[in-house]
Ligand binder design. Structure first.
Ligand SMILES: [Zn+2]
Length: 171
């Protein structure tokens, strides 16, 4: 979001002493803090010894990544990640662990990554995800952004040292 004038009182905006874009009207409190957006991500362990990776319909072919999503209002991240897994790949999953927080600077997001497990039946009902692949732990490659780091941490916890590839900005 970019502001050319104050969204509250329509005055001009300027960089304030703390370095934030803020309203110049001294009676108005508007400051554009640009707080990061929280996002949940799921490393889905699918049946024993595999990771499920998903392809977003908007991405170039052959790019598979974690299931991610925004939290709904007041939603706990653990419930959000299980909801996203259910919505995007149709699986009833369970939380196995928390993999940490990761920054995705390009999108100003803070990613909360979970290890979840499911052995259910995959159903692609959400048009956002058009393909998945099931990859044995020893063949999973990770990537150089927040969710890739979360996947790498998971694999390392299982004793694997994954190859890290670079496919640009996708998380
Ligand atoms: Zn203002």
């Amino acid at each position: 979001m970019k502001y050319n004038f104050c969204p509250t009182c329509k005055s001009d905006v300027a960089i304030n002493e703390e370095g934030y874009l803020a309203c110049v009207n001294s009676t108005c409190n508007f400051v554009h803090y640009e707080n990061p957006t929280p996002v949940v991500a799921a490393v889905i362990e699918y049946k024993d010894g595999n990771v499920l990776l998903a392809h977003n319909a908007a991405w170039p072919p052959k790019i598979f990544a974690l299931v991610t999503g925004f939290l709904e209002k007041h939603e706990h991240p653990e419930l959000a990640v299980l909801r996203e897994v259910k919505e995007e790949v149709g699986l009833d999953a369970e939380i196995k662990g928390f993999l940490g927080h990761y920054s995705f600077k390009k999108m100003n997001q803070i990613i909360m990554a979970y290890h979840v497990y499911s052995d259910g039946e995959i159903q692609l009902n959400d048009p956002e995800i058009d393909e998945v692949k099931i990859v044995p732990f020893e063949k999973v490659k990770t990537w150089t952004s927040g969710t890739g780091e979360a996947l790498k941490k998971f694999l390392e916890s299982r004793g694997y040292t994954p190859e890290v590839i670079s496919f640009g900005s996708k998380s």
